[in-house]
Design a protein around this ligand. Structure first.
Ligand code: PLP
Length: 387
C-alpha cells in the first residue's frame, strides 16, 4: 500500500466536489438505480457543455459507441473505417454490430487518423454501388461510416476531414471518449456530425467510475438512443418491449457523481492544460523528448500528457522504478491477435513507431506542483545519467 501511496499516479479521478453529498442523497432517498433526477441532470450538463441539444447517458463509453453505430445504421457485414491507433473499445464496438473495421494509420505528428491515407484509400479502393452506397471494390461490401478517434484529446484538421467526407458522401461518428473539453475552431469535440461519444471511466478528465454519453442535436436519434439503452421498453407499467434493446443506461448513483464532476469540469480542463504547458516548457530540449503536435485551430484538453523518445523502454522502466507512474500508448489495433488480419491502410506503419516511442507521464488534475517538479527532475536525471 505504502509503495502505491508514494508513487505519483498517472491519471486518477479527482473527487473533491459535491460527489459525496449527491451520492449520499441517492442512498438516503433510495434512488440508486436506473431512474432518478441525476441521470437527466447529468445528460443535460454534458449536452450543454458540448453545445448540443441532447445527451444520452450509458454505463460506459463502449456501450455508447455500440449504440451510436447501430443508430448510424451499421449492420452485419458492413465496414466501418476507424483509427488504428486507439483504445480497443473503438474496434470492439464495431465488431459488436457484426461489422468489420478498416484501420487507418496515424499521422506521425498529431497521432490522429492520417487524412492523406484516408483520402487515397477512399479514392483508390472504393466506389459507389447501384444503391448509392460506398463499397470496398475488392469485395463489394458496404463501408457504412467512419469513426475518427480524438487520440489523447487532440483533434486533426477537421475542415479537411469534413471535405473528404463530403467528397465521398460519408457520415462519421466521433469517438471523443478522451476529448471532453477539447475544441476545434471553438466547437466541442464530438459534435461535428450527428453522433459523438464521451467516456467517463476512471482515467478520463471527469469520471463516474464507469460511464459514457452519446451527444447529438437530432431529436429522433436521441429518442432512439434512450429507447435502445433502456431495453426498448415501450410502456413503464406493462413489460412491453418492441425491439431487442440493451440494458446500457447509467444508474442514478453514478450520474450523481457525474453531476458533481461536471460542476468541476472547467477547472479540470484548466488544470490539465496547466500541466500540459508545464511539461512543454520544462521538458523542452531535454534529451530527445518530443511532444504531440497540436494544430493552431485546436484547443486541446491535454487529457493524458504523452512524450516521444527513442529511449521509451528505458525511460518507462526508470520512471516506474522511481515511483513516477508512466505507461506506453495502447497497442495499435493491427498488432492485436483478433485484429491482425483486418484491412490496415498504411505506408510506413506510423502507429508502430508511435507505440514504440511514446509514453504517458503523470497528469492527474489533483497533481501538485511539487510532484510535477519531481517528474521533470527524474526525466532530466534519466537523460543526464542513464544514457
Ligand atoms: C478512445 C477510446 N474509445 C473508447 C473508450 C471506451 O470507453 P469506456 O472505457 O468508458 O467503455 C475509451 C476509454 O476507455 C477510449 O479511450
Amino acid at each position: 500500500m505504502n509503495e502505491i501511496q508514494n508513487t505519483i499516479p498517472l491519471s486518477i479521478p479527482n473527487i473533491s466536489g459535491n460527489e459525496l453529498k449527491y451520492v449520499k442523497e441517492c442512498l438516503e432517498t433510495g434512488w440508486i438505480s436506473s431512474a432518478g433526477s441525476y441521470v437527466d441532470k447529468f445528460e443535460q450538463m454534458v449536452a450543454e457543455y458540448a453545445g448540443v441539444k441532447y445527451g444520452i447517458a450509458t454505463m460506459n463509453g463502449t456501450a455508447a459507441l455500440h449504440l451510436a453505430l447501430i443508430l448510424a445504421g451499421v449492420k452485419p457485414k458492413d465496414y466501418v473505417i476507424v483509427s488504428n491507433l486507439t483504445f480497443v473499445a473503438s474496434a470492439n464496438s464495431i465488431k459488436y454490430t457484426g461489422a468489420d473495421p478498416i484501420f487507418i494509420d496515424a499521422d506521425p505528428k498529431t497521432w490522429q487518423m492520417d487524412l492523406d491515407l484516408l483520402d487515397e484509400f477512399l479514392n483508390n479502393k472504393t466506389s459507389i454501388n447501384s444503391d448509392g452506397e460506398r463499397i470496398l471494390i475488392s469485395d463489394g461490401r458496404c463501408i457504412k461510416t467512419i469513426m475518427p478517434v480524438h487520440i489523447q484529446g487532440n483533434i486533426f484538421d477537421f475542415d479537411r476531414f469534413k471535405l473528404i467526407c463530403e467528397k465521398y458522401n460519408m457520415s462519421f461518428i466521433e469517438d471523443a471518449a478522451e476529448a471532453l473539453g477539447s475544441k476545434y475552431k471553438g466547437q466541442s469535440a464530438g459534435t461535428f456530425d450527428k453522433l459523438g461519444v464521451f467516456s467517463f471511466n476512471g482515467n478520463k478528465i471527469i469520471s463516474t467510475g464507469g460511464g459514457g454519453v452519446i451527444v447529438t442535436n437530432n431529436k429522433l436519434l436521441a429518442k432512439k438512443a434512450k429507447h435502445l439503452s433502456t431495453t426498448a421498453k415501450v410502456d413503464p407499467m406493462l413489460y412491453y418491449h418492441d425491439k431487442v434493446g440493451f440494458n446500457y443506461r447509467l444508474v442514478n448513483v453514478l450520474a450523481a457523481i457525474g453531476v458533481a464532476q461536471m460542476e468541476q469540469l472547467p477547472s479540470f480542463v484548466s488544470k490539465k492544460q496547466f500541466i500540459g504547458n508545464y511539461y512543454r516548457v520544462n521538458l523542452f530540449g531535454v534529451g530527445d523528448v518530443e511532444f504531440q503536435h497540436v494544430n493552431d485551430d485546436v484547443d486541446h484538453n491535454d487529457w493524458l500528457f504523452t512524450i516521444k523518445t527513442k529511449y521509451q523502454k528505458e525511460l518507462l522502466k526508470y520512471l516506474n522504478i522511481n515511483k513516477v507512474m508512466s505507461r506506453p500508448f495502447w497497442m495499435p489495433m493491427n498488432q492485436l491477435p483478433m485484429y491482425e488480419n483486418y484491412y490496415y491502410v498504411t505506408k510506413k506503419d506510423n502507429c508502430k513507431i508511435i507505440h514504440d516511442s511514446c509514453l504517458s507521464i503523470p497528469c492527474s488534475t489533483g497533481i501538485t506542483e511539487k510532484d510535477l517538479k519531481k517528474v521533470v527532475k527524474k526525466i532530466k536525471k534519466f537523460y543526464n545519467s542513464c544514457i
